[in-house]
Design a protein around this ligand. Structure first.
Ligand SMILES: [Zn+2]
Ligand SMILES: [Zn+2]
Length: 347
């Protein structure tokens, strides 16, 4: 089968023929229909993820059709159209037993712990725990984006921060995951303010329903906070750092009201300094989000089915496997590529 493959971090990936995967006893092999190109793929390719062994095939947010099933799979069959959270849980450890498979201690991640979905076929483990049936009517790009970006934002805002209707949300960083947070915040009835250094990103955020935007390109941290105070004088109820920089996390945290909740979604290249004095003095909550277990997907799918959430509206580029090496290299060199790219692998 054809796959996007690399054997050195940061070296240009190749499109080449590799052996087809076979399903593990409780796993499946999925024929990839569409897969998203996510900033985490770039982190992995640059060597920031120590779960990756070389050579490697990246790709972790996907929709496709089951091509082969392991002997012990009970709930899914060849031909089913499915997606999966990028964190595949084991279904048996204490975290899984408590309903928190997104932090499973035995987790597997396609495109990280094993070969991923920038390929014609991808193996997924513990299918009965992790697969989510996807209706044929759902746009393939939208379905793919549910595997990582929308699930991570949804879990962060709904299950972690408990964002409520009428609350004020600030989203710092309006790439794919930030825009999904804007969209979800709006769908939940929050009043959303978006911050980015890029005009186009802010236009996209406004299109997703942000009521105010702050262009932080020429502003100091204090000036950004001052601009945010003008939009919400008593502070925000919830903040999201969707980028993963010391400055963006600090802006999110420092813009909160007392007892506000900060959700960290953007991944850091290395651990940041966090304004802990403010965290203590205002009793802030700092929350992570690491995707969402399959059993929590119905709430997200309901929003999509009701057309209150339209992941497909974020998609600006549809490319093929042949285009992925160049796209990864471009994304690695420039954070302002903007908008969401999905890869149509097969029909
Ligand atoms: Zn587990
Ligand atoms: Zn991702």
């Amino acid at each position: 089968m054809r796959a996007v493959w690399f054997d050195r971090f940061s070296a240009r990936p190749l499109l080449r023929d590799v052996p087809e995967p076979t399903p593990s006893p409780r796993g499946v092999v999925v024929r990839v229909e569409t897969t998203g190109l996510c900033r985490s793929d770039v982190h992995g390719w640059l060597g920031h993820d120590d779960g990756i062994t070389l050579p490697h095939v990246p790709g972790h947010e996907l929709v496709g059709t089951i091509a082969a099933v392991g002997d012990e799979v009970r709930s899914f069959a060849v031909g089913d159209r499915v997606t999966t959270p990028f964190v595949c849980a084991c279904g048996r450890c204490p975290e899984c037993a408590s309903g928190n498979g997104q932090v499973c201690r035995n987790q597997t991640q396609p495109g990280f712990t094993h070969w991923g979905s920038f390929a014609e076929l991808v193996a997924l483990h513990e299918a009965d725990t992790n697969l989510i049936a996807v209706p044929d009517s759902l746009d393939a790009g939208a379905a793919a984006l549910l595997g990582c970006r929308f699930a991570t934002s949804y879990r962060g805002l709904v299950h972690q921060a408990h964002l409520g209707a009428g609350e004020r949300l600030v989203v710092v960083g309006c790439g794919g995951v930030g825009l999904s947070a804007v969209m979800i915040g709006v769908a939940l009835g929050a009043e959303v303010v978006a911050v980015d250094i890029d005009d186009d990103a802010l236009v996209r955020a406004a299109r997703c329903g942000a009521t105010r935007t702050v262009d932080s390109s020429a502003l100091s941290r204090d000036a950004v906070l001052e601009a945010l105070r003008e939009t919400s004088p008593s502070g925000f109820d919830v903040s999201v750092d969707a980028l993963g920089r010391e400055e963006t996390a600090a802006v999110g945290i420092l813009s909160l009201r007392p007892r506000g909740r900060h959700v960290q979604i953007g991944l850091f290249p290395s651990d940041p300094v966090v304004p802990m004095g403010t965290v203590i003095g205002k009793e802030l909550s700092i929350l992570g989000s690491h995707g969402m277990p399959a059993h929590d997907y119905p709430g997200l799918l309901d929003l999509v089915a009701a057309d209150r959430l339209r992941p497909q509206d974020l998609i600006e580029r549809r490319i093929t496997l042949d285009d992925v090496p160049d796209a990864l290299v471009a994304m690695g060199g420039d954070r302002s590529i903007g908008g969401v790219t999905v890869v149509d692998v097969g029909a």
